[in-house]
Design a protein around this ligand. Sequence first.
Ligand SMILES: NC(=O)c1ccc[n+]([C@@H]2O[C@H](COP(=O)([O-])OP(=O)(O)OC[C@H]3O[C@@H](n4cnc5c(N)ncnc54)[C@H](OP(=O)(O)O)[C@@H]3O)[C@@H](O)[C@H]2O)c1
Length: 239
Amino acid sequence: MTTTLVVGATGMTGRPLVEQLLCENHKVRVVVRSSLKLSAKVLENPNTTVIEASVLDLTDEEMAEHVKDCDAVVSCLGHVMDFNGMFGEPKKLCTDATRRLCDAIEKNSPRKPTKFILMNTVGVLNPDLEEKRTWFERQLLTLLRHTLPPHTDNETAAEHLHQNVGKENKHIEWCSVRPDSLIDAEVSPYEIKESPSTGILTGRPTTRSNVAHFMTELIENAELWSTWKFRMPVIMNSE
Ligand SMILES: NC(=O)c1ccc[n+]([C@@H]2O[C@H](COP(=O)([O-])OP(=O)(O)OC[C@H]3O[C@@H](n4cnc5c(N)ncnc54)[C@H](OP(=O)(O)O)[C@@H]3O)[C@@H](O)[C@H]2O)c1
């Protein structure tokens, strides 16, 4: 039975992810600020373990304990979209959680690599590919980088996986999933691409359930994982 740790499990994407993993009979550990935000179905499932804490408040030792024996660790963290969430602390929520969770995995030296899946965004470029942006999009991204801490946080979280964890890591294999705009609806047909095939403002949305579905498949399906590990797949709903 696969064990997955999910941070950001009370979020709009984290919730369907946890439900889908439990439906597929995975063991799921969640780190949540308040378990009141979890459904009774999740709380009552014997395969759920709830760790009630704010993820960045965990000590290094606690983090190492929580990622121990996990086949996968998924971050669906995102800044709360109000003034405090966007401009207050922790400005580096996604980056610091990614860095500390990866450090914790490495500290345990697992016998086989742990999958680390980061929920990222199509607004972050894949440094391995020459992804093209129009002049307007480049200006827009520069503006976001200088004015919106959550955007910079998404960029530096992905950068950490590329530059610090790397692709030769004995203990971690990673995938940074890049949705376009997110909407709420049931699982539906979707497409996975290596790079954005549309402009930033003309992209196709994705349901959060589809993002959760793709992440679940990445955890379960060895072939899909070997296709997308160390890459930054873009997910969008089918037309
Ligand atoms: N919105 C879009 O169109 C879009 C598009 C592409 C990518 N994304 C990215 O997708 C990611 C997730 O999106 P989402 O809509 O599923 O997020 P969401 O519903 O806002 O969920 C965010 C999660 O992060 C947790 N969180 C927030 N601040 C925290 C803190 N200071 N300490 C600990 N946990 C904290 C929340 O916990 P609580 O429940 O306790 O608050 C929640 O579990 C984000 O990184 C976002 O940038 C968004």
